[in-house]
Unconditional design. Sequence first.
Length: 258
Amino acid sequence: MEVIILPGATEVGEVAASLVADVVRANPAAVLGLATGSSPLGLYAALGRQVAEGDLSFSRASGFALDEYVGIPADHPQSYAAVIEREVVDLLQFRPSRVHVPDGRASDLNAACVRFEDDIRAAGGVDIQILGVGANGHIGFNEPTSSFASRTRVKTLAPKTIADNARFFEAASDVPIHCLTQGLGTIMDARRLLLVATGAAKAEAIAAIVEGPVSSMWPGSILQHHRHATIIVDAEAARRLELAEYYRHTYANKNPVS
Ligand code: GLP
């Protein structure tokens, strides 16, 4: 696992974007795993600037969102389908038909999850999965005690997640209780993982994920078992890392060929 500590959110977005851009330049038909939430917005904005300047194109790339709320109206601005369309598809000029979001309004939710997994497989798997992390360590909506073997499925949101996400809704009671999320097993199948986190509210989760024991109590700790995972954090999110000096030293002396 590579841990990169940068001064602030701007630098996190820029460096994370350069990693994603490298993947897309090497393979313009790359398959991206797309996270919602506030964490990757700086990354998307930085990629958007490269697209606007004509330095990068997602016209041949595909995308798979991590998760979606169950039952949220299709036109609700906080449905992840709407967020992905606004923050990613429009900004990065993906072809809309190549971007998939789990269908949280399907009459058969289990079938929708199977279909989503089939679509990822048919696309050849995810080349780079972008991730944020919840304050309780969730990735996607894989709440604490999620199985490391899990696939895309229905989950119940933790009260902490509902409280954290209430800021996007008029009231906490408007936050859906259920969601569809890629499983931890699904996420781990991606060829590369890139997790971004900023701010002191993420410090406990980052310490647990990077340096704690691998435990389903902190679902993101499964990244320790991935062969190509990069975690990019700002100084605030890094402040509980015991080996912060080592990560800074490693990054400052990064082998140019790696
Ligand atoms: C949300 C999403 C996650 C996201 C996380 C953190 O509930 N389902 O994919 O990574 O919580 O959100 P934020 O980046 O806004 O802190």
